[in-house]
Write a protein that binds this ligand. Structure first.
Ligand SMILES: C[S@@+](CC[C@H](N)C(=O)[O-])C[C@H]1O[C@@H](n2cnc3c(N)ncnc32)[C@H](O)[C@@H]1O
Length: 393
């Protein structure tokens, strides 16, 4: 089903050219709706249809209130940071007099986000910090704790976005600020999570003078020496450890295993806990004198520090604070099923929506600024033209 196009309305004069682009999933038409009131009537056909994207000009809170509950798979957003920029619209978030008021302004919006998310849904929130009279405010964590305490959210990860380069900083009594926070909140304990979609590709082994060497430099030579010279292993344990090591190295040589670690009594530390009461590995070590930890052949799990260069430093379209598309990739792949709906209630130039459509999901972008949404629309049209929308990486 196609979402209808809505004509310009007098109270939003900026939107003089509601336009369409075609070529989305199912050849859908993407409409730029003009007001929260207009949106109310058009959510159902969009939600039930297959149009790739919908852009709505309006306030986040008003628009969210009109969305049916439990209709969205993933909310991925970056609200305006406190006192970083002046937006023309008086309804804009970010200009509050105090940090407390800023947090208070975000909470009802987050409550609506919670209402519109499916029980399996996730909410990824990117926030930057601010200084007030030389004092770092700690805004991201103030918001996160408020959402945990009063909002009913379960915080699954605190991601540090390492921006690699910061803005100019002339202060002589502090370090450069080069990171922001991205929080992953789950709506419930039943959240959708596709770990295999985001694993780092396993790094291949190579062949050295000592035989096959894994990407992290394991050839088995050191483990073998440690076993042979061990004074804490019994002769039987030494023999069994060498058999296990050889069997593992044979799997590596055959390409059946990319990497592994070995823990030998008296040599390496137990990976989790030394206590046999809480760790099966500690029990194994006490019983056998060693254990082997094979790496997952599907690749390792990504960590919670992401190195991504900010997009504003190289993108030329009109927005002073876009977040990079690379920041959206993991949240979309891990926490929105293919074909699911990603919502950004502070969409700006539509990075999250573009990232969603590019990865075979559908996107809804809400923003006070029709001008930014026009840029978003242009980006989506460009995407459709280049037929990149089915790329899944
Ligand atoms: C940090 S920017 C988001 C940029 C976006 N991630 C992108 O890629 O372009 C925040 C956006 O929130 C919008 N905004 C501010 N207050 C709003 C409100 N109350 N409702 C909806 N949008 C709002 C601003 O117009 C701005 O585009």
């Amino acid at each position: 089903m196609k979402a209808p196009l809505i004509g310009p309305s007098a109270d939003v004069p900026l939107m003089s050219h509601p336009s369409r682009f075609t070529g989305g999933a199912g050849g859908g038409v993407d409409a730029v709706l003009l007001t929260a009131a207009d949106a109310a009537a058009h959510w159902p056909p969009f939600l039930a249809g297959d149009a790739p994207a919908l852009l709505v000009a309006g306030g986040a809170l008003d628009c969210l209130r009109t969305l049916p509950e439990a209709s969205i798979d993933l909310v991925l957003t970056s609200p305006p940071y406190w006192r970083q920029r002046r937006y023309a619209d008086p309804a804009a978030i970010g200009g509050e007099a105090t940090v407390r008021e800023y947090v208070a302004a975000l909470l009802p919006i987050c409550a609506e986000i919670r209402r519109v998310l499916k029980p399996t849904g996730s909410f990824w929130l990117n926030l930057g910090d601010a200084y007030e009279r030389k004092n770092l405010c700690g805004i991201p964590w103030r918001v996160a704790i408020a959402l945990q305490d009063a909002g009913g959210w379960t915080l699954r990860n605190e991601v540090i976005w390492h921006k690699l380069k910061g803005g100019p900083d002339n202060a002589r009594d502090k370090l450069r600020n080069v990171h922001e926070h991205v929080f992953h909140f789950a709506r419930s304990s039943r959240s959708y999570y596709d770990l295999d979609a985001i694993r780092n590709a396993p790094r291949p082994t190579s062949r050295g003078a000592e035989g096959v060497v894994t990407a992290t430099g394991v050839s088995g030579v050191r483990y073998r020496r440690q076993i042979q010279r061990s004074t804490t292993l019994t002769p039987d344990e030494r023999a069994a450890a060498l058999v296990a090591l050889d069997a593992t190295l044979a799997k590596v040589a055959a390409g059946e295993l990319f990497d592994f670690r070995m823990v030998i009594r008296g040599q390496q530390r137990v990976t989790h806990s030394d206590s046999t009461a809480v760790s099966g590995r500690a029990t194994e070590l006490a019983r056998d004198g060693f254990y082997i930890l094979p790496y997952d052949n599907r690749g390792s799990k990504p960590g919670d520090v992401w190195e991504i260069v900010p997009e504003g430093s190289w993108r030329r379209d009109a927005h002073s604070a876009p977040f990079p598309e690379a920041l959206c990739a993991l949240p979309i792949l891990a926490t929105c099923p293919p074909g699911g709906i990603v919502l950004d209630p502070f969409a700006g130039t539509g990075t999250a929506v573009v990232a969603a459509v590019r990865r075979g999901r559908r996107g809804i972008g809400i923003d006070l600024s029709a001008e930014y949404l026009r840029t978003a629309e242009g980006r989506l049209a460009e995407l459709a033209k280049r037929a990149e929308k089915y790329t899944t990486c």
